[in-house]
Design a protein around this ligand. Structure first.
Ligand SMILES: NC(=O)N[C@@H](CC(=O)O)C(=O)O
Ligand SMILES: [Zn+2]
Ligand SMILES: [Zn+2]
Length: 419
């Protein structure tokens, strides 16, 4: 099976790419073959497949929100060819047996590469450490209790020691429950004005400080999920300077939005961690630009229409991200001239690969054909009705952006095509 891509721009030069089965076999301005499939790139850019190391596919158990198939279609639509799925499904992926079942499910139902996290502890909340070693051997991409902070310090310490031993990243959703008090947004001026209960930043920062001390003691690769405060960025910066093996991810919504933009009780602006202050938002941008923050991950968190309507008091935490991430990031950071496309691809493809020990997507002969063709010249409006995800819960509806996916190819197969 041969696929020929014509008229695409790679590193500023127009070229053609020939794919045979799963691999790229030739890259040249003119390729003269009779291919089974020909794609006209229409002078758009071609980029290596994006990697999102933080997605919620809700399958099994919560398929009314999303399933592996729809989640993977959404990923392909967003230009992603690899994602790492969180273990907070029903039942929680917390045993070797359940992990193996997930591998099979992902294999059967995902149109892209779907890697799987295992839980740190039983049901994401127990203090008992599961068989991290066994799950690592089977091929878990890393370990996390995402959705919950690890409340017990010794539980975290034991998990770190286990992950260090088997050389797998430990991904931390840092949240000390004692500081939450039923909050539905960041505690501060904005929450007071709206009369909504707030959650303190201390919830994130105190647990992060605790973990960094233990990360130093154990030497584990400690990865901070969805970092959201200025203080957290400062802590990671200091830890890195001390040689601690810490990395961090930021989600687009924390770079684009802050609590002052919550001007009414709006469930689309409810997520965990919450949107913080403009000062925090600027510090996150600074941290990403100076390399303190390593990657961009969406925390794609689909929910049903009912779960994301009404008041923030009762709505579910989380927003979808796979189908808006590249275009938002491209528009704000590359189109504006702030960074190069190369830097954006570092944040969204190469660094995630490196941190999570995945194959680095490269558009080179001999590599797997994992790539996307992106139209970065014509603006379009984000419209949730066009999402392939079951979740339409985004605060970015109506945003005018650049970076529309025309085609996504994963392991040589066309998994998304704009028609
Ligand atoms: N981010 C969210 O607001 N929600 C996530 C859980 C999480 O990432 O902590 C979810 O699973 O819905
Ligand atoms: Zn989380
Ligand atoms: Zn999450």
């Amino acid at each position: 099976m041969n696929t020929l891509i014509k008229n695409v721009v790679l590193h500023h030069h127009e070229t053609s790419i020939l794919i045979h089965d799963q691999k790229i076999v030739k890259i040249a301005p003119e390729i003269d073959v009779s291919a089974d499939k020909v794609i006209d790139g229409q002078h758009n850019i071609v980029i290596p497949g994006l990697i999102d190391t933080h997605v919620h596919f809700r399958d099994p158990g919560l398929e009314y929100k999303e399933n592996i198939h729809t989640g993977s279609l959404a990923a392909a639509h967003g230009g992603f060819t690899t994602v790492c799925a969180m273990p907070n499904v029903k039942p929680v992926v917390d045993t070797p047996k359940k992990l193996q079942q997930m591998f099979q499910r992902n294999q059967e139902r995902s149109v892209i590469n779907t890697q799987q996290f295992g839980a740190i502890s039983n049901d994401l909340t127990a203090n008992h450490i599961d068989d991290i070693k066994q799950m690592a051997k089977l091929g878990a991409v890393g370990f996390t209790n995402d959705g919950h902070g690890v409340q017990n310090a010794d539980t975290m310490y034991q998990a770190m020691k286990a992950c260090q031993k088997i050389n797998k990243p430990l991904v931390a959703h840092v949240e000390d429950d004692n500081f939450i008090h039923g909050g539905v947004m960041n505690a501060g001026k904005a929450s007071t004005k709206l009369g909504l209960p707030g959650m303190s930043k201390l919830s994130e920062t105190t647990q992060l400080a605790r973990d960094l001390v233990m990360a130093e003691a154990t030497g584990v690769h400690y990865h901070v999920a969805h970092i959201s405060t200025k203080k957290s960025v400062e802590l990671v910066r200091i830890a890195k300077a001390h040689g601690i093996n810490v990395t961090a991810e930021v989600s687009p919504h924390h770079l684009f939005l802050d609590d002052e933009m919550i001007t009414r009780d709006n469930p689309m602006m409810k997520m965990n961690p919450p949107l913080r202050t403009p000062e925090d938002r600027r510090a996150l941008i600074g941290g990403l630009l100076d390399g303190t923050i390593d990657t961009v991950a969406t925390d794609h968190a689909p929910h049903s229409k009912e779960e994301k309507s009404g008041s923030m008091m009762s709505a579910s935490f989380g927003i979808v991200g796979l189908e808006t991430s590249f275009s938002l990031m491209y528009t704000r950071f590359v189109k504006s001239g702030l960074v190069s496309l190369t830097t954006l691809l570092k944040w969204m493809s190469h660094q995630p690969a490196k941190l999570f020990q995945l194959e680095d997507p490269q558009i080179k002969v001999g590599h797997h054909a994992n790539l996307s063709i992106m139209d970065v010249d014509h603006p379009f409006k984000i419209n949730p009705e066009h999402f392939l995800s079951k979740g339409k819960n985004t605060p970015f509806a109506g945003y005018k952006v650049y970076g529309q996916t025309m085609v996504t190819i994963c392991n040589g197969k066309i998994v998304y095509q704009n028609k």
